[in-house]
Write a protein that binds this ligand. Sequence first.
Ligand code: BV8
Ligand code: ZN
Length: 248
Amino acid sequence: MPVPSIPEAAIAALSSAEAVAAFTGAGISAESGVPTFRGERGLWRTYRPEELATPQAFEADPRTVWEWYTFRRDLMAKSNPNPGHYALARWERHFPHFSLVTQNVDGLHHRAGSQVVYELHGNICRSRCHWCRKPAGDLGVGPDGELPHCACGGPIRPDVVWFGETLPARTVDDAWKDVRQTDVFVSVGTSSIVYPAAGLIEIARSAGAFMIEVNPEETELSGLFDVCLRGPSGIILPEVSRRLGLAD
Ligand code: BV8
Ligand code: ZN
């Protein structure tokens, strides 16, 4: 695939930036083989979000919800970070202040070497009690199919944020504070549909950041960006690194 051209304005903004914030969605993991949520071969095509990624769905049918998460955990265990993840891990070491805010639950940013990752929607590899929130390692469905339970009697679930659930307060505070102060905001691989996460785009814009979107397609909020880099992040982000003189 030919490397799309990167406008000089984007390189100039990043070259002079003290603080850069990257905001990622499922699209950055697409080239790792992790299906996106809403795309052509998206995860939701097989299931509807209301059916599975909600506390009501879990309370009504924990086995089906666990089957979906076990399927996704197995998928993610077989997936590896791609050049897009590695580029952002490199940016963390390069920029004086760098923040990585992700909607993804696949843990691929950590596996690519990013040290500080704000996981707004949790992490699918971790589990916790649905009642007392006690962490439960990476517990899942037992070998003979028994569903895991906490000592308090509560059902154990994946440690992700479901629709209708609030995001982790401390992570939100830290991420929102960084985005308010960033010089450049780079949104990568998100359809900008899910809130409050997508609200970060408007926050960065109104804080005066230079706005860059990396996505092969237009999104609901593309109009808020100064530069839209239309292509796969696994190609575009390493090209931006090259233009910034960041050897791999
Ligand atoms: C909340 C974890 C306050 C689980 C996820 C009714 C009641 C309550 C709330 C709501 C409600 N109605 C609406 C809401 C708000 C709701 C919401 O936003 N709904 C949407 C659907 C409209 N939000 C919430 O519920 C949030 N909580 O509001 O709490 C509250 C509390 C109580 C009562 C009232 C309010 C919680 C939202 C978190 C949900 N959890 N994930 C799990 O993973 O199983 S969301 C899920 O969507 C993932 O985290 C995912 O990351 C996220 C966003 O999707 P994207 O990442 O953007 O992925 P998508 O597939 O959409 O797009 C991929 C993009 O990549 C595309 O643009 C594509 O073009 C691009 N792409 C493809 N290939 C590439 C690429 N880009 C670059 N390179 C490539 N190669
Ligand atoms: Zn418990």
